[in-house]
Design a protein around this ligand. Structure first.
Ligand SMILES: Cc1cc2nc3c(=O)[nH]c(=O)nc-3n(C[C@H](O)[C@H](O)[C@H](O)COP(=O)(O)OP(=O)(O)OC[C@H]3O[C@@H](n4cnc5c(N)ncnc54)[C@H](O)[C@@H]3O)c2cc1C
Length: 422
């Protein structure tokens, strides 16, 4: 069949995608799909393309880390419920599934030539590209904070060394310590995550017998995910230990001072023993550099396929994309990856594209045996990924139900890790 010219591809708009779907593999034996980022988004997409593609597609995953520590369940590690090893996974399963895994950083995307430049200088061509780099921090969103300052005031919003640092600092606290968390503005990865983390801080301090330590959350938002459930749980398990300050209460963050561990707001200066700054976020830098983002700092996609609205040869999944009503979560990323994998196969090897549907559940541990959840099902509607049905735990639920939620969460973790990494 006729080869599609580069110019035709770059000029192609989403309106012409239907026509593209009927063209098959440009006369080549096996089309190439390159995936950037081996988190729950990228690794799932790569594995599904390799396994469901039946060897008809060459799949290459580019991921600098040899082992991936999941942000999801990193709060369980903070709380002492899990080891770091239990949330760290390798890429052997993807290799066994037929994915070519390259441990390098993608340095640039040449969308006109459909090539990736790796940090080591090598270039890799693609027919379709899946971009799943997660988030990067907006370091300047908190005055006084920086990447260098995160060595003193860890964010731990990317799991691994930062999470270990946070846990070391937490476990070194004496009774009477002040912990200050700066919670991020929307949109950010894992909406209930900061509040689950504050719960885990309190769990650790309470377990160590602290009577006078306090945790202050300085929030830029007037409300937060599962607020009623967390507030109820904090009063029940950690009375008087956690204080949440909304923008009216703190008047705005003036600056953080890493050298003195101070958080200065318009109303007070908090001199803390541990400061956890979670800055504002945007799509991972590679998506930025490839000009796949809009003014929000995240990547617009077509909700029926996860295809980029900016480039028809590119799909963006996970935290880097604008997923409408779906929160930025590992469950969401994994769900979006399957839709993208199907759409890529429909483009390249005549697979049938099914109507897109998505799922998410986020479980949060408040205390040992007390776990709450929020979630929903989603589908394309009104030009976005729209919530079709949602559910959330209720205040006042029986202990047994909360314990069952925790069991469910642990089962989910086992399942998603297997689904993602093989
Ligand atoms: C404390 C915390 C708790 C959480 N709890 C939950 C939970 O209980 N449930 C849930 O569903 N979600 C949870 N999340 C959210 C979840 O971890 C993220 O939403 C999820 O990891 C997003 O997946 P992703 O694949 O988009 O990005 P990531 O997981 O960030 O993976 C992106 C990958 O891309 C790689 N990468 C980046 N740039 C490049 C490049 N230039 N070249 C090559 N590779 C690159 C990175 O190394 C990384 O491995 C939590 C998050 C946090 C911080």
């Amino acid at each position: 069949m006729t080869r599609i010219t580069r110019r035709a591809f770059t000029a192609m708009t989403s309106a012409s995608i239907g026509a593209l779907v009927t063209m098959r593999a440009y006369g080549k034996a096996r089309p190439n799909v390159v995936v950037i980022g081996g988190g729950p988004g990228g690794a799932t997409a790569a594995r599904y393309l390799a396994t469901d593609g039946g060897g008809a597609i060459d799949v290459t995953l580019i991921e600098p880390q040899r082992r991936f520590t999941t942000c999801f369940f990193s709060n369980h590690y903070v709380g002492g419920f899990r080891s770091l090893a239990s949330i760290t996974h390798g890429y052997g399963g993807l290799r066994r599934a037929g994915v070519k895994v390259i441990h390098e950083r993608a340095a640039a995307v040449d969308r006109a030539r459909r090539q990736i430049a790796l940090a080591n200088g090598r270039r890799i061509a693609y027919d379709r590209l899946i971009v799943a780099p997660g988030i990067d921090m907006r370091w300047d969103s908190v005055p006084g904070y920086s990447e260098a300052a995160s060595a003193t005031m860890p964010h731990a919003w990317k799991a691994g060394a930062q999470t270990e640092l946070l846990v070391r600092k937490l476990n070194a606290l004496d009774d009477g310590s002040l912990v200050v968390m700066i919670a991020p503005p929307n949109p950010y990865r894992c909406p209930p995550g900061p509040y689950e983390r504050a719960s885990m801080f309190a769990h650790v301090l309470k377990s160590k017998g602290h009577k006078r330590s306090r945790i202050v959350i300085v929030d830029g938002k007037p409300s937060f995910s599962k607020q009623g459930l967390f507030v109820e749980g904090w009063a029940r398990h950690y009375p008087g230990m956690i204080e949440w300050l909304d923008p009216q209460a703190h008047g705005g963050v003036v600056e953080v001072v890493p050298s003195t561990n101070e958080v200065r707001t318009a109303r007070a200066t908090h001199r803390a023993a541990l400061v956890n700054v979670i800055p504002a976020q945007r799509a991972g830098s590679i998506a930025y550099d490839a000009a796949l983002v809009d003014e929000s700092g995240f990547c617009p996609i077509h909700p029926d396929s996860m295809r980029s609205k900016i480039d028809a040869n590119v799909f963006v999944i996970g935290d880097a994309c604008i997923a409408g009503d779906m929160p930025k979560s590992a469950f969401s990323a994994n769900s979006q990856a399957k839709v993208a994998a199907l759409a890529v196969r429909a483009d390249l090897v005549a697979a049938r594209m099914l109507p897109a549907s998505y799922m998410n559940t986020c479980w949060s541990v408040i205390a040992a045996g007390d776990c709450v959840k929020v979630g929903g099902t989603y589908a394309p509607a009104e030009g976005k990924i729209k919530a079709i049905a949602t559910f959330v735990s209720q205040t006042g639920e029986a202990d047994q139900l909360r314990a069952t939620n925790l069991q469910e969460a642990n089962d989910w973790y086992r399942g998603i890790v297997r689904d993602t990494f093989g």
